[in-house]
Design a protein around this ligand. Structure first.
Ligand code: SF4
Length: 228
C-alpha cells in the first residue's frame, strides 16, 4: 500500500468528527451483541479494503454495527457480507465466498471496496452533516484510486455520494438517478452502475437475489476488462 493511502487510512481510523457517530460506535462496542460478547470490538471508523490499483470500485453505505464495527474490516462478519461475498466469489471477483474476520485470507481481484460513511449510523440512517463530514475521505479515496474505471454503488446513498464527487471535481451537471443495473457514463471515461444494497432486508424481500447480483458483478467484471 502506498504511503499516501496509509496516511489516509490512519486519518480515517483516528477521526472523531461526528459526535453522534462516535457515541454510537462506542455504545455498540461496549454493549455488544450477545453472540459476540467475548470479543473485543474494533469500535473505530472503517477504511476501505482491496486492490488500490483496481479498475472496479464498490461503494456501500457504512460499516455494519456488528459487522465492520466489530471486526475492523468493511463488509466483514455480518449477513450483508455473507451475501455480498457469495456473489463476488461466484463472479470470480474474490478468492473465497466468505468474509468473516480480518485474518480469513480474503482477497478481492481488481476491486476496491469502501463506504460513503466510515462509521456506523444509528438505524443505518446517516444525517446529511455526517455524510458531508465524511466526504473528505471518500474524495481522497477517489483521488488515490487512479485506475478505477467502473463504480458499483450499493444503494442510493453510496450512489449519490459518488455522483457528488464528480459534480464537485468535474463540474458534472447530469442528474443521475439510482436504479439497479443501470450504467451511466461519468467524466474521465468512467462509469457507474447502481446495485441494490446486499442487506438482509433487500434479500429477504426479494428485491435482490443471488442470480441478479452475480449477473451484475459478472457484467461489471467483463466491462472492466475492456476499459483502459
Ligand atoms: S463518519 Fe467519517 S467524518 Fe464522521 S466520525 Fe466517522 S470517519 Fe469521521
Amino acid at each position: 500500500m502506498s504511503t499516501k493511502f496509509k496516511k489516509l487510512n490512519k486519518s480515517i481510523i483516528n477521526c472523531s468528527k461526528c459526535l453522534r457517530l462516535v457515541k454510537f460506535r462506542k455504545k455498540i462496542s461496549n454493549t455488544k451483541r450477545k453472540q459476540y460478547i467475548n470479543e473485543t470490538y474494533w469500535g473505530k471508523p472503517i477504511t476501505g479494503f482491496g486492490d488500490i490499483n483496481a479498475k472496479i470500485l464498490i461503494v456501500g453505505l457504512a460499516p455494519a454495527a456488528h459487522g465492520g464495527t466489530r471486526t475492523g474490516r468493511v463488509f466483514t462478519g455480518d449477513k450483508s457480507s455473507d451475501f455480498l461475498y457469495k456473489c463476488l466469489y461466484k463472479a470470480k471477483i474474490s478468492n473465497q465466498s466468505n468474509s468473516n474476520h480480518v485474518n480469513d485470507g480474503l482477497k478481492i481481484y481488481n476491486t476496491y471496496i469502501t463506504t460513503a460513511l466510515k462509521c456506523v449510523p444509528p438505524q443505518d440512517k446517516p444525517e446529511k452533516i455526517e455524510l458531508d463530514n465524511c466526504f473528505i475521505f471518500l474524495k481522497q479515496e477517489f483521488e488515490l484510486l487512479k485506475n478505477v474505471k467502473i463504480i458499483i454503488a450499493l444503494g442510493k446513498i453510496g450512489f449519490d455520494a459518488c455522483i457528488y464527487f464528480f459534480k464537485k471535481k468535474y463540474d458534472f451537471k447530469e442528474k443521475l438517478k439510482f436504479s439497479h443495473g443501470s450504467i451511466y457514463k461519468l467524466p474521465n471515461d468512467m462509469k457507474i452502475i447502481g446495485c441494490y444494497h446486499p442487506s438482509p432486508r433487500n434479500v429477504n424481500t426479494g428485491r435482490i437475489n443471488e442470480k441478479k447480483m452475480v449477473s451484475l458483478f459478472k457484467k461489471v467484471s467483463k466491462l472492466s476488462k475492456n476499459l483502459s
